[in-house]
Design a protein around this ligand. Sequence first.
Ligand code: FCB
Length: 484
Amino acid sequence: MKRRDLLKSGLALGSGLAMAGHSGIVQAAVGTAPVTFPKGFLWGVATAAYQVEGGARDGGRGPSIWDTFSHTPGKTKNGDTGDVADDSFHRWREDIALMTQLGVDSYRFSIAWSRIQPTGRGPANVQGLDYYKRLVDGLLEAGIRPFPTLYHWDLPQALEDAGGWPNRDTADRMTDYALIMAEALADRVTAWSVLNEVKTFTQAGYWDGGMAPGRKEPLAFLKATHVANIANANAFHALKAVNSKVQVGSAYDCANCFPATDSEADKAAAVRWDKLINLWYLQATLTGTYPELLPADRQAELLGWRAGDEARLKVPLDFVGINYYSGWRVWDEPKGNGIPNLNTRAEWAWSPRSIGKSDFGWDIDPPGIHQILKRMQQLTGSIPIEITENGIADNTPPGPDGRIHDVRRIAYLRAHLKELRRAIDDGVPVRAYHLWSLLDNFEWAAGYSQRFGIVHVDFEHGQKRSPRDSAYWYANVIKQNAVA
Ligand code: FCB
């Protein structure tokens, strides 16, 4: 479909929406005034390698922890794996064509480390490099900014076998990998993100075990946080060493932390949880120090801290990426939770302001994006911010006309974008928004059960892509640089 046609359908959509009356989220977003975004604001879409590429055994790719985890019975919904996913490894040209139709300015994708270094160390696999070079060149030809993330959760399995993120050596392996990628692409890629959601992959991977590699070792988790923070800085230096002009940041999942009750104990617990969720990583990167949380006399031992680490952690990020979805509900837990001093119990995807839930069960809280941006700005100050992810699982099936009228997604996006604009008005220097996601994809432990795409993917019939109503709507937002 031509871009013009997309826009036409997008415009037609607006009128239908007001009548949808689907839920609180739809009503909340209807009837408010249009807002225009600053000139030059970047509109983007996001994906990640293991979630979309497939081609798991193609092009010399080595196994990652997500191959192992998803192939372990009982770890993912329906035993789903990323073996084929959206097959973007073969269909990337089609994906670029879709983005061209949408008119996006920026594509946030990730590089699969084990395509580049199949065992996480040693020389680059030329076929892996060629894939990303072609993708980057294709994006540049289409006038879209290539915005790669070096690490979106798919550690080469061989590095996990050697101890994984709690093993200090992994931070040095990241240096080598970043250097390889910089040498391959730093003449063409101007903006890089190093880690995606360091909090989630360390916590879910090593503490609660719900994601790869599925370990439930709170103390290993603490070590992993420190090693990953050092890896983040190592990659920053490596990318800059090859081209000092590139912009380097990282994508942090930030979320408001709400006390479960009005009790002083729960309020204090929410403050502690905020330190871990929102500060532990970004503060370490920007200042070289951790928030006061662990027992002071044990912190060095618990983190595996070495002399000089303050300088190793600290880098002047060129921008900060923020992923926003929902909030945390936090209780005091005097019995403890495996992390010395933390004493919390926390439930993901909750907000006292919820106006409905996504199909994933996540509370929808549009003002939360404004709140979290203001909160994080206390730390980031004038550093530019890019929204690196925001979006909703809306599994609405095709209607009788064969189209997918995902009114809830449109309402969600509209409400969040308006709150984002309000944050910009209030002085938060946000320069970009990346919608999660361009395509339905492998949603980690939830497999293919949750659909985040503005483009529907038919996993049963050759990964056929069909834009949903939200795709037409988003194309119109981009064209107008405004949200009606
Ligand atoms: C984020 C992840 C992304 C996707 C969305 C829904 O936490 O970074 O890969 O799974 O959630």
